[in-house]
Write a protein that binds this ligand. Structure first.
Ligand code: NAP
Ligand code: HSE
Length: 431
């Protein structure tokens, strides 16, 4: 019989337990596909006594996850702890330095340290794989590295955070409060240990920076992602968008070109007839535009134990088969360093929402600033007086124009006494 591939699991939370369940449930099928058994030999987490709802007695326990890769009974370490630095990074470094393969679900670590780890893996001639780090169960990294490898990818964008998409769609369907729905997403195992990473757009930014590197053959540039999340959205924005024929989705978008590398995560208004408008709950979707393939759309569960475990174990099967491609689809030395692109000249339509004092002349002040900045208004809605009085919502959609015009309008209005909070600008996703 072929030698088993011996696996160490670091982290036994949502994803780690999902991996054990999947390996046990599909053992025979996985062995036939991998050509050899995949055998979990040792596990590690923080608290040995915690009840995880599974039997851990078949596996050795290691208190210090950092040395997992140095053990003789380990060929591959699967890191499912999380955090860009700390024990996850220490464990990953020692694993690769010990000449063992590393699989990780940790997008924060790959966004910050992926190039270092990939270069180490190339030196050691071991695999570094992170399919689960982007878009949960969707095999989008494999699709871009392999299936679409012949294309120059010009643009990649999509819904990259299951927690935010779950929150937005439940709010849309039920009108429920943000905080309630976030607690539900946490209970379902979608959210990060620190859920501000989800709701502030940071998790999506981690994923976008990884996706952009693979799609464009550029160096990972997490610092170059301009990110905002969903915390400033009000139920009234969601209702307003619906009235105008849109839904709101947190979209990550990246483009590479002569201008440099454009990377942005922001809630967008998505026309109801766009495929991304129908991506609901914790589902993710990624669109990649190749110069020969045309538009490719990948969709599936973006978070949760089963889908994420599916991506992790697919990486293990690849390693068992001996597939050892460069982590970012080309060697680290080949990745191009692109500077962040300027955005002022980008043409877009925007939804601009103002919360203003309920007094005469306010609308004229706002529209004067928009006029002076050259922003042309396509439609404008002023909501009636709020029950709690004092402020009203003025929402408008601009005609297509340069982003710099909207920026200038906001500059002109900065500190205006009529504004009760800073304006909110959301771009409208073009078809
Ligand atoms: P989780 O449920 O919070 O589990 C984290 C695990 O790591 C726990 O078993 C914990 O041990 C262990 N751990 C944490 N800090 C540790 C430390 N200092 N030393 C030793 N062990 C430590 O997290 P998760 O949702 O499974 O996510 C794990 C990774 O997968 C993260 O990088 C996350 O971003 C990524 N990911 C998650 C999903 C998802 O849907 N959840 C999807 C894709 C990727 P104890 O259990 O003993 O406390
Ligand atoms: N917290 C992440 C999300 C997990 O909600 O998408 C999957 O990466």
């Amino acid at each position: 019989m072929a030698q088993p591939l011996k696996i160490a699991l670091a982290g036994l939370g949502t994803v780690g337990v999902g991996v054990i369940r999947l390996v046990e449930a599909n053992r025979a099928l996985i062995e036939r596909r991998a050509g050899r058994p995949i055998q979990i030999t040792v596990v590690s987490a923080r608290d040995r006594r915690k009840d995880r709802g599974i039997d851990l007695t078949p596996y050795a326990w290691e208190d210090d996850m950092v040395i997992l890769g140095e053990r003789a009974d380990v060929d591959v370490v699967v890191e499912m702890v999380g955090g860009a630095d700390g024990p996850a990074l220490a464990c990953s470094r020692t694993t690769i330095e010990a000449g063992k393969a590393l699989v990780t679900a940790n997008k924060a670590m790959i966004a910050h340290h992926g190039l270092e780890l990939a270069a180490k893996a190339e030196d050691q001639r071991v695999a570094l794989k992170f399919e689960a780090a982007v878009a949960g169960g969707i095999p989008v990294i494999k699709a871009l590295r392999e299936g679409a490898a012949a294309n120059a990818i010009e643009r990649v964008y999509g819904i990259l955070n299951g927690t935010c998409n779950y929150i937005l769609t439940v709010m849309e369907d039920t009108g429920r409060d943000f905080a309630d729905v976030l607690a539900e997403a946490q209970a379902l195992g979608y959210a990060e240990a620190d859920p501000t990473f989800d709701i502030e757009g940071i998790d999506a930014a981690h994923k976008l920076s990884i996706l952009a590197a693979i799609a464009f053959g550029t160096r990972v540039d997490f610092a170059g992602v301009v990110a905002s999340g969903i915390t400033r959205l009000r139920a009234a924005d969601i209702a307003q968008a619906q009235a105008l024929g849109y839904v709101i989705r947190l979209i990550g978008m990246a483009e590479a070109g002569a201008d440099g590398l454009f990377q942005r995560v922001q809630p967008h208004l998505v026309p109801v007839d766009h495929p991304l408008a129908h991506v609901d709950g914790a589902t993710n979707a990624v669109v990649a535009e190749g110069n020969f393939s045309g538009r490719l759309l990948f969709q599936g569960a973006g978070a949760g134990d089963g889908p994420t475990a599916s991506a992790v174990v697919a990486d293990l099967i690849d390693i068992a088969r001996g597939e050892l491609g460069p982590a970012f689809s080309m060697p680290v030395a080949e990745l191009e360093a692109l500077a962040p692109a300027a955005t002022g000249h980008r043409q877009s339509r925007a939804y601009i929402r103002f919360m203003v004092a309920d007094r005469p002349g306010v609308l004229a002040e706002i529209t004067a600033a928009l006029r002076d900045a050259g922003v042309s208004i396509e439609s404008l809605i002023q909501k009636g007086r709020a029950a709690d009085a004092g402020e009203v919502m003025v929402a408008m959609v601009s005609h297509e124009g340069p982003e710099s015009a909207v920026t200038e309008a906001l500059r002109l209005l900065d500190g205006a006494p009529c504004l009760t909070e800073p304006p909110l600008v959301l771009h409208i996703l073009a078809d």
